[in-house]
Design a protein around this ligand. Structure first.
Ligand code: PLP
Length: 445
């Protein structure tokens, strides 16, 4: 395309943007466009409100257009737009690291910043490999993920990830991994509120993997405390504790990917606290800035950080980092966001709201094609029976109709409708969201 055929900035030219994780042709024929946001709502270019049922992409936990966060970003852009974090530093990034570490349990005391959840996952995996190298156990190189896991789209993340479409096209670099089974069993768990009673034993599969490969070859296990992207699968009761025990038994590092579960989604700063389990590393992103400025990172336990702090003082201890690690705008947004979370008690609010949220969702049991409903923290997921003409079509149609007819944004994965509204949602808005869903589900019966 040249400027002769296409005037610059033509607003209705949608072709140039190759949209991520999107059915491009379908979207471009009939776009779902968002122009503005405030509080619990998005607004279309025509000004129609759309309730944000997903906190954007599981990230805007404080809701939209929050003044203190906007002002902090604006002020930061004027004061210091960018500063490198390689061999230099600026005060806010140290403050942000300290604040994040103070929210994490146990001796998860040190924060390595990245720019996204994918970078956070790859960083954690690289730290795990390097940790065993610097502690004299360089044979520990295998990484263990889980079926139905999502750890972003970097090569590390898709290696340990368990979503078939994210893996099958990109094969050649995915060696040296293995996978635990996922923890979902509809027959035993359907319509559970919170963590299902059944399934702690799925962690025991780590013994089998160790028997196959030997613990001396395994560096780390990475799991999401609640598998978000494959349909909101809460960890069964006792599962994460069991995984911690088995990792300890076999000398394997345990990484929690808390890119979704961090910053209040499950009613605590981190799911690690909800479950009383301290992993060796926690990855985070999304809610750390309430989605306003890209930021991710890894919180590591003291013994991991300390293991690297050897050798000559002027030697770089870890050959890793990103241009945007600790970006000043992200650091400022992070500090302002954490202030909002604290001042408004949003983590506690999520915890208090959880029973009402769970009860409201479960009223959808019995609606047409609803075969399971899951809930944990302020996350919900509804499985619909697939249409005869293909998996995912019913949920996609529901998502599209909910946006256009009901003014509600939801996410879908195959025939699961998932939602994770901002933590500022009120009880009456929960009622509104469920009413919209009910109508949307009936419409695709
Ligand atoms: N890890 C988990 C658990 C996620 O849910 C996501 C994104 O949804 C990621 C990693 C990747 O994050 P990003 O899209 O910021 O790279």
């Amino acid at each position: 395309m040249t400027s002769a055929t296409q005037p610059l900035g033509t607003p209705n030219n949608l072709e140039a943007f190759w949209m991520p994780f999107t059915a491009n042709r379908s979207f471009k024929q009939n776009p779902r466009m968002i122009a503005r946001a405030e509080g619990m709502f998005y607004y279309t270019p025509e000004g129609k409100p759309v309730m944000d049922g997903t906190a954007g992409l599981w990230c805007c936990n404080a809701g939209h257009a929050r003044k203190p966060i906007i002002q902090a970003i604006q002020a930061q852009a004027e004061e210091l737009d960018f500063a490198p974090s390689f061999q230099f530093g600026h005060p806010k990034v140290f403050a942000a690291a300290a604040r994040i570490a103070s929210l994490a349990p146990g001796d998860l005391d040190h924060v390595f910043f990245a720019g996204s959840g994918s970078e956070a996952a790859d960083t954690a995996l690289k730290i795990a490999l390097a940790y065993w190298n610097v502690t004299g156990k360089g044979s520990k190189t295998r990484l263990i993920g889980r079926e139905r896991g999502y750890h972003g789209v970097g090569f590390g993340g898709i290696s340990v990830g368990g979503m078939v479409n994210n893996r099958k096209f990109f094969g050649s670099l995915l060696a040296g991994t293995d996978h635990l089974p996922h923890t979902y069993d509809r027959e035993k768990q359907a319509f559970s509120k919170g963590e299902p009673d059944y399934g702690a034993h799925f962690a025991d599969d780590l013994d089998r993997i160790v028997a196959l490969h030997d613990g001396s070859t395994i560096a780390a296990v990475i799991v999401e405390p609640m598998a978000g992207s494959t349909g909101g699968l809460p960890a069964p009761k006792g599962y994460l504790k069991r995984l911690r025990e088995l990792c300890d038994k076999h000398g394997i590092l345990l990484i929690f990917d808390e890119v979704i579960t961090g910053f209040g989604r499950l009613g605590y700063a981190f799911a690690a606290e909800r479950y009383g389990v301290i992993p060796d590393m926690i990855t985070f992103a999304k809610g750390v800035t309430s989605g306003t400025v890209p930021m991710g990172g890894v919180i590591v336990r003291k013994h991991i950080y300390d293991a690297f702090m050897n050798g000559p003082d002027n030697a770089i201890e870890l050959f890793h980092g990103y241009t945007y690690s600790g970006h000043p705008l992200a650091a400022a947004a992070c500090l302002a966001t954490l202030d909002v979370y604290r001042e408004e008690g949003l983590f506690e609010r999520a915890r208090e709201m959880e029973p009402a949220w769970a009860d409201a969702l479960m009223t959808l049991k019995g609606e047409p094609n609803v075969v399971d409903i899951r809930q944990v923290g302020i996350v919900g997921a509804i499985d619909l029976a697939p249409r005869a003409d293909g998996v995912g079509k019913r949920a996609f149609e529901a998502m599209d109709r909910l946006f256009r007819e009901e003014g509600l944004m939801v996410r879908t994965a195959a025939d699961t409708i998932a939602f994770s509204p901002p933590l500022i949602i009120t009880e009456s808005q929960i009622g509104e969201l469920v009413d919209k869903l009910r109508r949307g589900i009936r419409a695709v019966a």
